[in-house]
Design a protein around this ligand. Structure first.
Ligand code: NDP
Ligand code: X2W
Length: 346
């Protein structure tokens, strides 16, 4: 039986981790921790987690997170490092925050404006790398950095084109829509219900969003050369889901038919990535609550660009599902254990 602690259990990501863990007979849920909600029960702050309703939230101190086989951290950026340094090196620690995702310390300080905490193996198993797939770096790992939700969708949408040399590493344009749970649970003025519901709006425009360097890092891993990306996130009036529309210029001499072939080859054996039949386009509604990425790719021959669209649930494959997938790899369990591949509809 695996004893597992969840830090940030009162938040959206922590709550989704607990929802998925509750479906696993091989897991014992240990301490659940929070900050301002410490002392309250999960029943008060997360009533959808009925089997855990009586559990009292503790402070997110190392003392409460020690003595577990696995610790999931679902804390705000910057809160992970001080906890992790007090945990045993053989504990599996899986961080849903951004602190350990970036390799480039300068990119970190530019986009996060705080000192760089370090770099851990990046938790996107399906990512194509020079040597194979990123999952090879996750088997047996004791520290894993789960990707951001936008980078998961955008990277998986474009990586096969970069890995096969079908697109140019410049003029890459991504516009992605996210549901409001992507912003976390704390009160934010731009998330007032009356203003968000029934409207869509961009934010982080002009290359300022912190997921830009993370997407560039991943596409450079896939393609083996630096990539520049114009990334624009938008807020959509829905609780969950991300739809990323990603385009890049075709490389010289590429036939349109090569593109679909490359995507089919890249994802045919991936249990959590579905390349939809030609003509079908991804919808966030089809992946809600599942660990799936739905994907479609086309070539816009008029302008010579690849257009790839991906849908994920930001809280499942975009965070908590990915976190459990990484745990499975770290512990040598079958990668798909306990992860839903069917969504909730309608
Ligand atoms: N939401 C999403 O779609 C995604 C989130 N993530 C990442 O997951 C992490 C959690 O995000 P999310 O669940 O959305 O955020 P929430 O705001 O919903 O939850 C944050 C959690 O952290 C706790 N917390 C707040 N401040 C501190 C602190 N200073 N020290 C320790 N704990 C604290 C909160 O406790 P309390 O409620 O008691 O104050 C709460 O449990 C973030 O790093 C985020 O970037 C990653 C991918 C997608
Ligand atoms: C709608 C919304 O606000 N989304 C968040 C992304 C959440 C996420 O994946 O990100 P991190 O783990 O990197 O925080 C944002 O744009 O900041």
């Amino acid at each position: 039986m695996l004893k597992i602690a969840v830090a940030g259990a009162s938040g959206y990501a922590g709550g989704e981790i607990l929802r998925l863990l509750l479906g696993r007979p091989d897991v014992q849920i240990g301490h659940v921790t929070a900050a301002s909600s410490a002392g309250r029960t999960l029943g008060e702050v997360a009533p959808h987690l009925s089997p855990l309703a009586d559990r009292v939230l503790l402070d997110s101190t190392a003392e409460h997170l020690r003595d577990h086989d696995v610790v999931f951290l679902a804390l705000p950026h910057g809160a992970s490092a001080s906890v992790v340094e007090q945990l045993a090196p053989d504990t599996v620690v899986i961080d849903c925050g951004a602190d350990f995702r970036l390799q480039d310390a300068d990119a970190w300080t530019t986009f996060y404006d705080t000192p760089h905490a370090g770099t851990w193996p990046y938790g996107l198993p399906e990512l194509l790398t020079a040597g194979g797939r990123q999952r090879d770096a996750l088997r047996g790992a004791r520290r894993i950095a789960v990707p951001g939700c936008y980078p998961t969708a955008c990277t998986l949408a474009l990586a096969p084109a970069f890995a096969a040399g079908l697109v140019q590493p410049r003029d890459v344009v991504i516009v992605a829509a996210s549901g409001t749970s992507g912003a976390g649970r704390s009160l934010k003025p731009h998330l007032l219900g009356a203003e968000v519901m029934g409207a869509m709006s961009p934010y982080g425009v002009g290359g300022t969003h912190r997921h830009t360097p993370e997407i560039e890092q991943n596409l450079a891993v896939a393609g083996g050369a630096p990539v520049r990306v114009s990334f624009t996130p938008t807020l959509a009036p829905m609780p969950r889901g991300i739809l990323a529309t990603c385009t890049a210029p075709l490389a010289d001499g590429v036939r349109p038919g090569q593109v679909r072939e490359a995507y089919a080859a890249a994802y045919t054996d991936e249990p959590f990535v579905e390349l939809l039949p030609s003509g079908s386009w991804p919808s966030t509604g089809s992946v809600l609550g599942s660990n799936m990425v739905h994907l479609q790719v086309e070539v816009d021959e008029r302008v010579g660009r690849v257009v790839a669209v991906a849908a994920v649930d930001n809280l499942t494959k975009g965070t908590a599902g990915a976190a459990l997938q990484c745990m499975n790899l770290a512990l040598g369990l079958p990668e798909t254990t306990g992860l839903p591949t069917a969504g909730i509809a309608p």
